[in-house]
Design a protein. Structure first.
Length: 277
């Protein structure tokens, strides 16, 4: 980065799940070796690299707090060309909850939308709903909706009935079902399999209906977060569109923000804290 400009980028799938405690520096060097010179390059990292099993543990900051809290943790890099800082995650004690990585996207959104108050939804494997006010995260809640979707489509009896496509109408119908009767979710889920066996229910429609059922249950539980609030969504295009569609069906317009742009803006905000300290 040079200011807000991306000069180059690199990526790999060598994340925490694939690396031992002493392998993080090597994985980073494999990616950025061509960018290194004689002097130390500052690297700002977020996400599971700061977990207990990551490169270095960056203890959670307790809410209420700014999303990129004070106290970035320096990683123990051996190569003198690296100056690596890890952003802490956030924690909530009652009810117990944690986040790592999403705080950086929230910081980026707030940096680009000065004075914005409301609720930020961050869809993903573990979707976060975060209430922000006066530049601070004041509460949040996590839903395992994305992981449930993956488990059901890959490891349950539903894997035989779920396609790869989409059907907006099926998604909205299912959303309405669980928004109205969330206690019937388990029955609605098996109904997908039964309809396939007895009616030959379209597999792409079944996928959209499964997504709608799970998201409807989530929205029902998360109602205190989004009802009557300004809402922003930070996520990839497909997930963000589904959440925006679901909220729109409840009469809640949502501002959709690009996840990559928010992440970069959050990393910039964290970088500035290293310059100010």
């Amino acid at each position: 980065m040079q200011g807000g400009t991306v000069l180059d980028k690199a990526q790999s799938d060598a994340g925490m799940a694939k690396l031992g405690a002493t392998q993080f520096e090597g994985a980073l060097l494999d990616l950025i070796e061509p960018w290194l010179g004689d002097s130390a390059l500052t690297v700002i990292a977020c996400g599971m690299v700061g977990a207990r099993q990551g490169w270095v543990e960056a203890p959670y900051g307790a809410i209420p707090t700014t999303p990129v809290a004070d106290g970035l943790v320096q990683a123990p890099a051996i190569d003198p060309r690296l100056n690596v800082w890890v952003i802490p995650g956030l924690k909530q004690t009652a009810p117990a909850d944690v986040m790592r990585g999403e705080e950086t996207q929230i910081a980026g959104f707030l940096a680009l939308n000065d004075g914005w108050d409301g609720v930020i939804c961050l869809p993903g494997t573990h979707t976060k709903w975060a209430h922000v006010s006066a530049g601070e995260v004041v509460s949040f809640q996590t839903f395992m909706t994305g992981e449930q979707f993956a488990l059901l489509t890959e490891n349950s009896v539903l894997k035989h009935s779920i396609g790869t496509g989409w059907d907006d109408a099926a998604f909205k119908d299912a959303l309405n079902d669980t928004m109205s009767r969330p206690e019937r979710l388990a029955a609605y889920l098996f109904n997908l399999r039964a309809r396939d066996l007895l009616e030959g229910f379209d597999a792409d429609s079944a996928r959209a209906r499964l997504s709608g059922l799970l998201l409807g249950a989530e929205l029902s539980a998360a109602r205190p977060f989004w009802l009557g609030q300004n809402v922003a969504i930070i996520g990839d295009d497909t997930l963000a569109r589904a959440y925006a569609m679901a909220l729109d069906a409840q009469g809640v317009p949502a501002l959709v923000a690009d996840a990559a742009r928010m992440t970069l803006a959050g990393l910039q905000a964290a970088y500035r804290t290293t310059k100010d300290s």
